[in-house]
Design a protein. Structure first.
Length: 67
């Protein structure tokens, strides 16, 4: 359910808002990877979740650009 809500939220946003979310998600992924490399990251599953969210955002942007 959580994923569907996230996708529905993304579909309601403009391409500019999606691009801003994409930049934020990529920054978060960088920080998570850095924390993982320095053994400071407790929840390593968060890296996978952020990667999937980036893919979801990119998919919605592509769909909006093709319309």
């Amino acid at each position: 359910m959580k994923t569907k809500d996230f996708v529905e939220e993304l579909k309601g946003q403009s391409v500019d808002e999606l691009n801003a979310k994409l930049v934020d998600a990529k920054k978060e992924l960088f920080n998570l990877r850095f924390q993982n490399a320095t053994n400071q990251l407790e929840n390593t599953g968060r890296i996978r979740e952020v990667r999937h969210n980036i893919a979801r955002i990119q998919t919605i942007i592509a769909q909006k650009n093709n319309q």
